[in-house]
Design a protein around this ligand. Structure first.
Ligand code: HEM
Length: 171
């Protein structure tokens, strides 16, 4: 059964999502003096995820317990800062109608929650013996976190630079 047909060259196609009220309202609401909190907070989980993997590699190479302890602190802080970034991002997603209406921010949400869960699991696993946890499962979890944080950050950048979500309209 064909539900939609194109009858003439001049017929205007309507995107029902783009037609929804508030579709063009995409400006950030969770901001301090116009600076979006989410954009300011995401740098911490991104950097700490890479630091965790780096510390795991250094522990594997040197066998120095310092690096295993550093990895435990880095992934714990990464998880907590990831939660913070997640709260500001979720508030933005739910409060701003133009962000809520689009599919891409929901994809970003799912990938980001996967990342936060992996960071939490990686941290929790180390709390019962940070040195024995590194090889092999700790470092494998850290490698997964690096892959997922790369995707999360790249996709978040796409939301801002390609779709212009969370940006100010200017005057
Ligand atoms: C868990 C829920 C999350 C939601 C719902 C969410 C949602 C969003 C939204 C709507 C934007 C567009 C800009 C804005 O409105 O502020 C954005 C941007 C971004 N997000 Fe998330 N986010 C989440 C978590 C994360 C996490 C955990 C990370 C990284 C570890 C992350 C990384 C980014 C990056 C890098 C940008 C681009 C920021 C910029 O360049 O200005 N997001 N996110």
């Amino acid at each position: 059964m064909v539900q939609r047909t194109i009858k003439g060259a001049n017929e205007k196609l309507i995107d029902p999502v783009a037609d929804s009220p508030g579709f063009d309202d995409t400006e950030s609401r969770i901001a301090i003096l116009g600076h979006p909190v989410h954009a300011m907070s995401v740098a911490f989980p991104v950097a700490l995820t890479f630091c965790t993997f780096g510390a795991d590699l250094l522990y594997w190479w040197t066998g120095d317990a310092f690096w295993a302890r550093a990895a435990m602190w880095a992934v714990g802080a990464g998880f907590l800062f990831g939660m913070l970034a997640g709260f500001s991002g979720t508030a933005e997603l739910l409060l701003v109608s133009g962000i809520r209406a689009r599919a891409a921010p929901w994809t970003h949400f799912i990938v980001a929650v996967t990342l936060i869960s992996l960071l939490g699991a990686n941290w929790g696993y180390r709390l019962h013996g940070y040195e024995s946890a590194v090889l092999p499962y700790g470092i494998l979890l850290s490698a997964c976190c690096v892959l997922v944080v790369g995707f999360t950050g790249w996709h978040g950048g796409k939301l801002v630079f390609d779709y212009r979500l969370g940006t100010s309209k200017g005057n």
